[in-house]
Design a protein around this ligand. Sequence first.
Ligand SMILES: [Zn+2]
Ligand SMILES: [Zn+2]
Length: 412
Amino acid sequence: MPWNGGSTWRMRKGVAALDTEVHGRVHAALEELTPRLAALSLDLHAHPELAMAEGHAQEVLTDALERGGFAVERGVGSLPTAFVGRAGKPPGPRVAILMEYDALPGVGHACGHNLIAAAGLGGALAARMALGDEVRGEIWAMGTPGEEGEGGKITMLEEGAFQGVDAALMFHPGTHTWLVRHATASMHVTMRFYGKAAHAAASPELGRNALTALLHTFVMVDALRQHMPETARIHGIVVKGGEAPNIVPEYAEGAFLVRALTSGAAQALWERVRACAEGAALAAGVRVEFACGKMYAERKNNRVLAGIFGDYLAATGEEIEQPVLRGGTGSSDIGNVSLVLPAIHPYVAIAPDGVAGHSREFAEAARSGRGQEAMLHVAEALAHATVDLLVHPELVEEAWASFRATGPDLPQ
Ligand SMILES: [Zn+2]
Ligand SMILES: [Zn+2]
């Protein structure tokens, strides 16, 4: 079912008509930028970089921002591959366009972050080109590294990088075009089991098997599944299982993700997973240590910003579907940002329904012609939305009012 627009979306039609000239410049700017954005998205795709090691992406994105008149800070707080490009000046709203650019181990850009980066760059550059020096307020082009597991946005938030930001805009490629979507809270946990090595045949009684404890953790977590909400997810891998079959494994390591609808529910579920591991360690006579990553929070989609973005996305010809707030979802560190300030994380289809994210097929879609087309449409919608928010600060006030009046999106 196509998106029929909210009341905000319809109300805004009148506002947009007042700014025909500046919006016309957005379109012209994007036509000029198109070859560079397309090339950049393919370049990032061909050079996949893991979370927090995105040196090449940072270089090409910040160079482009600098050439586009942005004052660039490379490395933000404790994150060397984060960046912020700033244009404009106060007073006025501070609108941030967020970019992700990390890839996945083994499957490369199977989450399509190369398209997020190119669309965000295009949106920021085109908005700056359209507004020229008359801009009141600021455009921030924020490079947020390590979305896949490292929670770059959470660190940036904790370290104050989002201070004073009024709106955070970004998109994510997907298999549907949805302006709003819930997301589960999620926490990454590393489990380290310490046993005692011994000859596995000559003196096994002297050994304490760390791998046994890890394997039993998996078994107990599987038993736990029948007692957890169907919206929760626990999944893990064996990172290290021993050195050789004739040595009792003295060290084993597992990596798990614990997800539930809210941060509180994920924390509570983690306590039970922890008990599984502690019980398994006790049984095997080994010691276990945990290293918990950052909690990716549930998501609060700002309907005012989603309406503005959706208006312009629809104008590019993208068919926007009625959002479905149920079913399996991933998690993103945009959730944490969205609980602190107005934010959107819409999805635009680049592959047919049934293609899984984080798959080799999705990685192919992230460099396909359709991927490029979607990226360019998003860049245009991001630029128009940014222009609207800067030219009409009352829209930013509306976004904040909506932020204060609503809570996170939870499945219906
Ligand atoms: Zn991903
Ligand atoms: Zn992603």
